[in-house]
Design a protein. Sequence first.
Length: 256
Amino acid sequence: MSAKVLLIDALNLVRRIHAAVPQGDRDALYERTQAACHKMIRHHGVSHAVMVWDGENSHAWRQGIHPEYKSHRPAMPDELAQTLADLRQALDRIGIHSISLADTEADDVLATLSDKILKAGGEVVLASTDKGFYQLHPMGVRQWNHFDQCWMDEASCLDRFGLPPPRMLEYWSLAGDSGNGIPGIPGIGAKTASRLLAEHPITDLFREGVVSGKTGERLRAGYPMAQLSYKLAKLRCGLKLDSSLNQFRIPRTTPG
């Protein structure tokens, strides 16, 4: 029987839980995180589960390309940062194991794991509210929003961006993503990017005579920035991971 794997974007889950518990209440953080994991395991009927964390210096690769990438984001609260190692150990004791890779964002590890599992004939449920994972949907990844208890799917992508998941990298290359420090093309906002991509293949947008006026000028002048933005937004699927899926099989003693 093929594996059905729950991949959990660890900090996406833990930071939101941390924001909802009383400050300094480690027990509540641990209990709610464990309860969330168990609920997802039961709900999706998975055979394996893994918490994927950012590695140390996780932004190194993208900041080497564009120093402003995520540079404006507030630091993790010290109280949370100091308890993460203990939280990982607590999860490990109940059979929910973790993985991280130095100098690498969790998003890239999640993309690599998804690619490997799907190519091996398995199923992937990726638990995260991060819109950046829409780009993995065409591979066969199913994305679960634990907090709203719903799938993030093509319908939700169309409703939010007016574009289907396979075109989201094109969208970010034009509009950028201010929350992640991805610049996009100056003067091309979200609505304009969605409209342009609905009307034209992206390869046509930068050609003389396809888009007129100031917008056309901005597109042609901004082509190098679009290429940079695409590279920053695209998740890496070819990382070398020193791990085996067997490490993440859910033990029979784990609820779910």
